[in-house]
Design a protein around this ligand. Structure first.
Ligand SMILES: [Zn+2]
Length: 276
């Protein structure tokens, strides 16, 4: 099949194969029954029932956009995202990551699959999740980024893509939680924090010599994480075709006079690459 941005990214229709969620239990139970049995609420609107009600699901974005952070890390390949990191999408990401609402993996996986397809990476494609901190994985008992990436690959394969997921990147010790850190602090925290172990690279080279790599994450903030993942892959001779994320944060830019923030930059809705 073509490796151009595929039709599944260009529209959201009832027979869109990316919308078939193979393991979504909400399709098997009515909202009322889910609420009765589990006391569930939609993370988007608090409607009783499934964790993402049909109206909120139907309102999810379906068009990926280049999502350049401002400022963008030097050398960053084009990042793609489906939405600004707010509203329903933000609620979904937080609930999936922090509260292990695993039913959200399916709709979030759809968004990530659309972003990955939009990178234009030539097949075969290997999706590379950014590594979570081992302490976070132990604490959560779950690796949300890998889970989303694996689900995105599952959906893309169902539409005919030659795509695999490989954990090429490992985290080095010493990285602290990024939450609350500014752009410079994030970059410093992450510098040299990822690596591709020789044994992993050897297995990859044997099985995926011609593959295009797409780095996957749930949220793009300053771009520091994506850039570090790209650096670590390039350091072992692997080229990165693109960055795919579910959402990108809106960032306030300082005024030209050096004052406080005065306008919103919406990287998920802007396609302007960095000029530096
Ligand atoms: Zn809802």
């Amino acid at each position: 099949m073509s490796n151009a941005p595929v039709s599944c990214c260009d529209r959201r229709v009832a027979d869109d194969p990316l919308l078939d969620s193979p393991d979504d239990p909400s399709d098997r139970l009515s909202d009322a029954l889910v609420d009765l049995l589990l006391g569930g609420r939609c993370v988007g609107c608090a409607r009783p029932g499934r964790v993402l009600c049909r109206p909120c699901d139907a309102g999810l974005p379906d068009r990926p956009h280049p999502a350049w952070p401002t400022p963008a890390p030097s050398g960053l390949v084009t990042p793609w995202a489906l939405a600004p990191y707010d509203g329903v999408v933000r609620a979904m990401v937080v609930a999936h990551k922090e509260h292990r609402l695993l039913a959200l993996r399916a709709p979030l996986g759809v968004l990530l699959a659309r972003a990955a397809a939009a990178t234009g990476a030539g097949e075969p494609v290997v999706l590379v999740p950014v590594p979570s901190r081992p302490a976070s994985v132990r604490q959560r008992g779950y690796d949300p980024t890998h889970a989303l990436t694996a689900h995105a690959a599952l959906l893309l394969r169902a539409t005919g893509w030659d795509v695999a997921v490989r954990r090429l990147l490992h985290s080095r010790p010493g990285v602290v939680d990024q939450a609350g850190l500014g752009a410079e602090a994030r970059a410093a925290n992450l510098a040299g924090s990822m690596c591709c172990p020789t044994s992993v690279l050897r297995r990859f080279a044997t099985r995926h010599r011609r593959a295009s790599l797409v780095v996957c994450d749930d949220v793009l903030t300053t771009g520091a994480t994506a850039r570090e993942a790209q650096r670590a892959l390039e350091a072992v001779g692997l080229a990165v075709a693109g960055i795919a994320t579910v959402a990108a944060t809106r960032r306030r830019l300082p005024t030209a006079r050096g004052g406080g923030p005065d306008r919103l930059s919406d990287p998920a809705l802007s396609s302007q690459p960095p000029t530096d």
